[in-house]
Design a protein around this ligand. Sequence first.
Ligand SMILES: *Cc1c(COP(=O)(O)O)cnc(C)c1O
Length: 460
Amino acid sequence: MGHGAVCAFLTEGRAPEGARAGPGERRQVWAGRLESWRGLPYADLAFEGLSRLATDIPAEDLRRLTRAAYTPQIFNSEDIVPLRPLNDGLSLLGLSEGPTLAFKDMAMQFLGQVFEYVLTQRGTTLNIVGATSGDTGSAAEYALRGKHGVAVFMLSPHGRMSAFQRAQMYSLQDENIHNIAVRGVFDEAQDIVKALAGDLAFKAKYRLGAVNSINWARIAAQVVYYFHGWLRATDKPGQQVSFTVPSGNFGNILSGHIARGMGLPVRRLVLATNENNVLEEFFRTGIYRPRPAEQTYATSSPSMDISRASNFERFVFDLVGRDADRVKALWADMARDGFFDLSALKPQFEAQYGFVSGASSHEDRLATIRSLYDETGVLVDPHTADGVKVAREHVEPGVPMLVLETALPAKFSETIEAALGRPATPPGNLANLESLPQRVEVMDCDAAAVRRYIEAHAKV
Ligand SMILES: *Cc1c(COP(=O)(O)O)cnc(C)c1O
């Protein structure tokens, strides 16, 4: 990755054309080096991992940034990412100890540090504009609150998030955080963001930026916890572990794929979906057939209700031998026919890349939450429950199976109540979150109104 590439990712929110698949040369990590990382604090492991992936930040600066991002105070855990044993060979990799109780914090807290660092260095400012239906927007706000040189304008669908999610976002009182609730659904909020970003003069004048899931710095920051999980679950070189990842946009599991490609001894990468099983179907059949919005179900693991996975292209690029023309042709097939067919390569999915998949339903989710709680006393959120359900189908004797915990149960308490007959309690420091004063601008679904609001409040 050339110098300045991180800056391009920050302002564009995506890799420039041609670099869509991420840096071509990911530095391999040798077994001896991996062993020397045992016992490192998470922040220092993040420095080691990221210095191999985000090569345009000088080492001493990068170390400072990772130490500022990954503290026990921010993550409410000494270990930052705790590993908890469940039963039957499964363990839970706790990615949700951050301020918004979901795994998006893992990358976003680092990204928040990088934003401030780059903007200070360049003596410039940036106005982040985004739309959220929950987890990404709140993680971005918590990562950027109070940071110099950056403001956040986050659109959310009015009245369509859970009470806890609303309280999380709208209770932020920082002057650089702006919550805009639009009277409409998520897609309409997203359309406003697209319209504003599409107005190039406006975009340039107010230096608009994005934080979405196709962002190399985010994917790179997530690679670290796969290394951390392996180091905590093993005690000798070369020992294999498997990971199960609750998936929607293919962002989280893409980082697992990259970690494996760097030489981490990963046996299987198990992709778990809910009823929106486009990705599960691909790994089962080799056919990728995204669905239109009206065929995307609203489920009780809502952060996985996605039918067009924005990070999937990067994996397909590897699958077809890093042939960009082939990828382009496949996406052209999809635009024409509604699908593409890689079933000829299906034998490689597991043999070469370790990928297998499974899907889960609402009933599975409830049954898994209940049985896991009865058997182990551990309560998991609905997304993680989808992971546990599918992990149980793919666990092998002698190979630790780490299920990635993508949210804490308190964030999705309605479903916990449906499963157990009682709600999930939030961590102690968030017990009175819903009674805090809230700060939100409610608006009609009108791009011109949002634009006027940004003009009046943007960082200049
Ligand atoms: C974002 C999210 C997911 C899906 O992750 P992808 O990277 O989009 O595959 C799963 N669970 C929760 C709780 C999330 O917030």
